[in-house]
Design a protein around this ligand. Structure first.
Ligand code: SF4
Length: 244
């Protein structure tokens, strides 16, 4: 599962120079969760993360490399929630190390789909998340009450890691929150789009798209992402792909 490795490296280059706090995963220090998605009314809101007019990006990258993702941890670049005084830029990036054999394409596909859905099952109290997949943004309204009660990115990161680790193929999860105004949110959004393109192409390949690059609409992605064509032709040779 190496298709996202170059994106993981490009993403690291976007936040590694920023000053950061890191915490090891601690499942006992999660923020209180609700059963369903939270509603935070504007009058009860302290501020919005990634509000319209502010930078925002949200994406997940997968790998099987223990060098690229080596442990369960939360990283914060920028201010924590209790220090934020008004609407601000926001990125949430998740890096997952998955234990899927490279040649088991069906398992890769199922894992990616399951994990893509898992992000909708984290409902922290007083933290209303609106994801906009077409624009690769995530906008969050944080309630004054949650701020008073001490909500933090460390606790939220633990909620996300717990959710991702419910999938038995996830070996390690790193959750990165960025609120630093010095980050390049346009670049992060471009990386979010590339990640989505890779996942979309992978999905098409594993659903049996014909193996003819000369007429394929996904050629740009495959030209750029190392291993994609090999994957497709490998699938074709195995008989899963067919011409329409
Ligand atoms: S390998 Fe070729 S045919 Fe397959 S998705 Fe990529 S461009 Fe299309």
């Amino acid at each position: 599962m190496e298709l996202y490795n170059s994106l993981i490296k490009e993403t690291a280059a976007q936040y590694e120079h920023l000053s950061a706090k890191t915490w090891d995963y601690d499942p006992r220090s999660q923020w209180t969760s609700s059963q369903n998605s939270e509603l935070v009314l504007q009058k009860d809101a302290a501020f919005e993360l990634g509000a319209s007019g502010k930078g925002s990006a949200n994406f997940v990258l997968f790998t099987s490399s223990s060098e690229l993702v080596s442990k369960d941890q939360v990283i914060l670049c920028g201010k924590d929630l209790k220090e934020i005084k008004g609407d601000c830029d926001f990125a949430r990036i998740v890096l997952l190390r998955i234990g899927v054999l490279d040649d088991d394409d069906e398992a890769v596909y199922r894992t990616l789909r399951d994990i893509e859905f898992a992000k909708y099952h984290v409902y922290p109290q007083g933290y209303m998340v609106r994801i906009s997949p077409e624009s690769y943004r995530e906008q969050v309204r944080v309630s004054k009450d949650a701020i008073r009660r001490g909500i933090s990115f460390k606790a939220l990161g633990n909620n996300y890691i717990t959710a991702y680790k419910q999938n038995p193929t996830v070996i390690n999860a790193t959750v990165i929150f960025i609120t630093d105004p010095a980050a390049n949110y346009n670049e992060l959004k471009a990386l979010a789009k590339k990640s989505s393109d890779v996942t979309g192409t992978l999905t098409h390949i594993l659903e049996g798209l014909p193996t003819d690059c000369s007429v394929c609409a996904l050629k740009d992605v495959c030209d750029e992402v190392e291993g994609m064509k090999e994957l497709h032709f490998g699938v074709g040779a195995g008989g899963s792909a067919h011409k329409h």
